[in-house]
Ligand binder design. Structure first.
Ligand SMILES: Cc1cc2nc3c(=O)[nH]c(=O)nc-3n(C[C@H](O)[C@H](O)[C@H](O)COP(=O)(O)OP(=O)(O)OC[C@H]3O[C@@H](n4cnc5c(N)ncnc54)[C@H](O)[C@@H]3O)c2cc1C
Length: 466
């Protein structure tokens, strides 16, 4: 008999959701993560009294994703504060204005309603057919109203961090818009999880353990063991190795199913490509190219006075910042959760997109972009220069995600089930998925779990799967 029914590699959103769901269904599950913390790219850590997040900032789930997974596990994922407005920077006049101003006229609003109705009437299956098209090719069939087009496209800059209209994928973006309109009657919805991010990941870990599963941190999988086209388990370096370059003294843990949650950039480190079809490996390597990583210069800056444009809970975006000409985002994290900064301090997080330059490994180039970004945020938000805390973080390794351009989404991505290896799954939103981020990672886990169980955990109508 195998040691476990399933082994999950990774204890981020995808890994913990998969492990918790399988454990709840009575499966003997082992989840392993090479790092010593939960959450993967969603982890947070303390720095001089500030709580800084690596990746988790806003959770984009109107209810049918990770919220539903929590509900199924007998827990509640409380939706904390949401962003209230979206100021957009007008790079010609160098002024801010609400996105709402762009479709404020009565005629504009009717036009927006008609486009929303058309989207609600378009089945998800039809949107699946738009993987190779820009969103504007769908929008232009339904409207020529620039305000409505701006609404759809600026949200895409925020969510997917694509900049030019031809780069906003129709399928992924319209999936998101339809879901948000259907479930929350709004164009975009994201929130700060009540209790914070650590709490979210700890609760998922507890759901694994309380249902008899095991979560081990600080355990790196060196290899997924595949024999005769079937999963046998995973190999782990012997614990207690005295030399850091010790090799091939692995311990084996057996299971007939392995769910890898590694993103496309490092999945082939543990799954030997010799076990996978060349076309499938090629799909993984295509997506794993540096040029498709969403990367940005990220600043965390704190002040002693709030500096909103419209409202403290806003999330601002722009297409061309004054100096670097990069697009980006900015919001006040303390407006969503004051506990992330010492009392009386206001913490802002912001990013300037760098992927279009495709010079992610050129550190001098990246340094120069940080310098430009630091100057221009003070132009866009006078007051930021009087900061009391600043941290630069570079989003590249790990990346935010694989960029969602036409031809790089949906059916153009490797499927989450290995085509030829029995029991091997890839639960990651960098594989076939819709959208990007923590909710989508958890949904990717759900898709794999349901395939393993051979049944839906709840009806498909209560949300989509991929
Ligand atoms: C800067 C940044 C900002 C972001 N902002 C947001 C946001 O605001 N909202 C949002 O929803 N999403 C955001 N994201 C994206 C989000 O963090 C990811 O989509 C999500 O965390 C992915 O979860 P995952 O479980 O699929 O993968 P990961 O979190 O990457 O988990 C994979 C896990 O596998 C582990 N691992 C790797 N190799 C091995 C091995 N050999 N053995 C064992 N374990 C291994 C890793 O340690 C990791 O914990 C952001 C990401 C970044 C980087």
């Amino acid at each position: 008999m195998s040691d476990f029914d399933a082994i999950v590699i990774g204890a981020g959103a995808a890994g913990l959701a998969s492990a918790a769901l399988l454990a709840k269904e009575g499966q003997r599950v082992l989840a392993l993560d090479r790092s010593n913390y939960l959450g993967g790219r969603g982890m947070a850590t303390d720095d001089e009294g500030y709580r800084l997040n690596l990746g988790a900032h806003l959770l984009e789930d109107p209810g049918s994703g990770i919220t539903k997974i929590f509900e199924h596990l007998g827990m509640t994922l409380g939706h904390g504060p949401s962003n209230t407005d979206m100021p957009v920077w007008n790079h010609d006049s160098e002024t801010w204005g609400s996105i709402r101003d762009r479709y404020a006229g009565a005629g504009d609003r009717d036009e927006l309603k008609a486009v929303i109705q058309a989207l609600l009437e378009t089945p998800y299956e039809e949107l699946d057919g738009l993987d190779n098209l820009p969103m504007r090719s769908w929008l232009s069939k339904h409207t020529s109203n620039q305000g409505v087009i701006d609404l759809f496209e600026f949200i895409t800059v925020m969510e997917c961090m694509t900049e030019d209209w031809w780069d906003h994928s129709a399928s992924d973006n319209l999936f998101n818009r339809k879901m948000h309109y259907q479930e929350k009657r709004t164009a975009a919805y994201s929130f700060w999880p009540e209790g914070g991010w650590d709490n979210l990941f700890s609760e998922l870990r507890d759901a694994v353990v309380n249902n008899g599963g095991v979560v081990e941190l600080g355990r790196s999988v060196s290899r997924v063991l595949i024999e005769d086209g079937s999963i046998r388990g995973v190999c782990l370096p012997r614990s207690g190795a005295s030399l850091q370059n010790e090799i091939f003294h692995d311990e084996t843990v057996t299971a007939p199913v392995v769910i890898s949650t590694l993103p496309v950039w490092n999945v082939l480190d543990v799954v030997s490509e010799s076990h996978l079809p060349d076309w499938y490996v090629n799909q993984i390597k295509t997506l794993a190219q540096d040029r498709w990583r969403v990367s940005y210069a990220h600043l965390s800056i704190a002040t002693e006075e709030p500096i909103p444009v419209l409202d403290r809970q806003e999330i601002a975006t722009w297409l061309h910042a004054p100096i670097s000409r990069t697009s980006g985002f900015m919001f006040e994290q303390t407006a969503l959760d004051p506990s992330v900064a010492p009392e009386g301090k206001y913490l802002y997080v912001m990013g300037a997109m760098l992927h279009k330059f495709n010079r992610g490994r050129d550190k001098e180039f990246v340094r120069a972009k940080f310098t430009e970004f630091e100057k221009e945020v003070e132009i866009m938000w006078p007051g930021l220069e009087d900061n009391v805390f600043k941290r630069r973080t570079y989003v590249f390794e790990p990346s935010f995600g694989v960029i969602q351009k036409p031809g790089l989404v949906g059916k153009f991505r490797p499927h989450w089930k290995a085509p030829n290896v029995e029991g091997l799954y890839f639960a990651s939103e960098t594989f076939q998925s819709r959208g990007i981020g923590i909710d989508r990672a958890a949904r990717a886990g759900l898709s794999c779990v349901e395939d393993i169980l051979g049944r839906r955990l709840w009806p498909l109508e209560e949300g989509w799967r991929y």
